[in-house]
Design a protein around this ligand. Sequence first.
Ligand code: MN3
Length: 383
Amino acid sequence: MKRISILGSTGSIGTQALDVIRNLPNDFHVSVLTANSNVKLFAKQVEEFKPDLAVLADESAYKILKMENFGKTIFSGGRRAFIDAAGYYDVDIVLTGMSGFAGLEPTIRAIECGKTIALANKETLVVAGEIVTKLAKKYGVKILPVDSEHGAFFQCLQGENYKSIEKLLLTASGGPFRGKKISELKDATKNEVLAHPTWNMGQKITVDSASLVNKGLEVIEAKWLYGIDYDQIQVVVHPQSIIHSMVEFCDGSIIAQLADPDMRLPIQYALTYPDRKISPVKKLDFWQIKNLTFEEPDIETFKGLKFAYEAGKIGGTMPCTFNAANEVAVENFLQGRIKFLQIYDVIENAMLKREVKQNLTLETLIEEDSATRKLSADFIKSL
Ligand code: MN3
């Protein structure tokens, strides 16, 4: 039995991971559950899975549940307890399902404690790819990708030498606005942005999918996971989301991974790796699918992808700047304070104004993250 820790258990990745575990009760023991503030769902999960340790990162949410009786489960709260939970001793795999920069510190803690990482928090590799991959090497820790595209690369690369990779073909659904022009996106509403055509995901990543920022984050994530150059990563728009990504090798062969778009599959593969297990995911029927189509991404309209390549190539703190500005912009968009296309203005403003620092440490990144957040919040007020 593998002992699993799920960080961010009430989010989209967390709930789907628990569904995977529900379907494979003899393969996993849930040792740790952590969430931020969704008290109601968290209490239900703790009752059902009876983890050894349960942590709510948000102090006031913790106070609400503090008096509950969770039997043998140790229950604690606060940011410190959350980071400590990532290193809990009685765990084999830590699934990082929380979103945003806040996931970086607990991921580093888990690596330093020698845990296998099932990585769903892509921001970790975007802002600190260099630090995190070095640490993983130092502690002999495997990072297993949960993101569907990177999970696809990982499957295509089983038994292959990474040195023979010619190109990673990163597929993108194109999101709800594929084919639209700037004039049609000016007044895009929150509901339109959140209506993703193929994937069922959390709000933040769904906005990122509409802006193609998500694909940009995934380009940087792929660079660090597979140690290749940015010009070896090509984004291919594939609206059906059946091919989850492809690897082109030096001999011209291309290997692709296909499946119904259901996040439970990449989550399960990361958790059961190197084994495969039966899953509830719908099987593909090629007589129904008939067509798989491909397009070039429109990076002049969806500038998120262009900015990400630029930030990645500049390196140093720039991917952190890019990510922090986007996190602030998305939050403000979801609260109705800025328009959809202004997300790009917030990112561009931060990338122009923040000075790049090379030689990264965790401290430099925390500083850069908060400086960019402040700059971006002020910029939004001035709009
Ligand atoms: Mn993805």
